[in-house]
Ligand binder design. Sequence first.
Ligand SMILES: N[C@@H](CCC(=O)NCCCC(=O)O)C(=O)O
Length: 276
Amino acid sequence: MQSIDLANPRPVVAVICDRISYFQHPVHAVPETYLRALHEAANVMPVLLPVSPEMLDLPTLLSTVDGVMLPGSPSNVAAERYQAEPLPEQTLKDIYRDETVFSLLPQVIEQGIPLLAICRGFQELNVFFGGTLNRAVHERPNALDHREGCHDRPLTCWYEDRHLVEIMPCGLLSTLTRAPHVSVNSLHHQGVSTLGQGLRIEALAPDGLIEAFTASDSPGLVLGLQWHPEMSLGHSPLAQQIFSHYGDACRQRQQFRSSLNFSGDNKNESIRPVAV
Ligand SMILES: N[C@@H](CCC(=O)NCCCC(=O)O)C(=O)O
């Protein structure tokens, strides 16, 4: 059992849930892989955020968390949110997650709360910034197959590296790795079609698909990744750097929140978190 360091509490990161069903009971859940990566590689404390907007009191949330994570999910953002034809009936959706994420993002981003968005979360973020999605990226001309494609094999196969991504110079990721190309896993059918306003491309797949972006004009860290760094921590220095960097941004936010609690206002502008 880890000793509790009361003098140095860890930052708190809210992880948005999926709404799934257990024997017809609605359940709000997050895969453990995201929680373990936050705990072990970012050194923050993950808490699950229910996908019921009516349960979420924004002022309470914004004053108690130091980061937000939008994890991956087999479900898909409703196409109506980017003015496209509805997805086929059999495509997995989660309107509860959509509703909750799109109600949270304006304040989370405006308040500079560090945001890490992975896979479905990356797609949500693109749509939030006015971008659109391609619902079958593997059907584009000369496209790679970005799907995991091994449902009949062990889970470890799903998260094997599938392709390289080119790291764009002068972006955030290029400060986290010197490598011009990094191998990544790939578990998605959908992807960016048009990039949202104010998003800066951080990485590209060999077939031109956008694989990572940051929101360069946002007050806090906003990083979206189409791949799953939480599943590559054992072999990818960039994955380790991403979570370490995110944890540092959350610690900055935590210090800022503590300064507000002590002073009751915003006297310590100097430590207001900035996009790192
Ligand atoms: N459904 C979307 C997003 C895919 C995604 O998030 N995959 C990860 C699911 C498994 C996990 O969370 O590890 C698409 O297909 O593009």
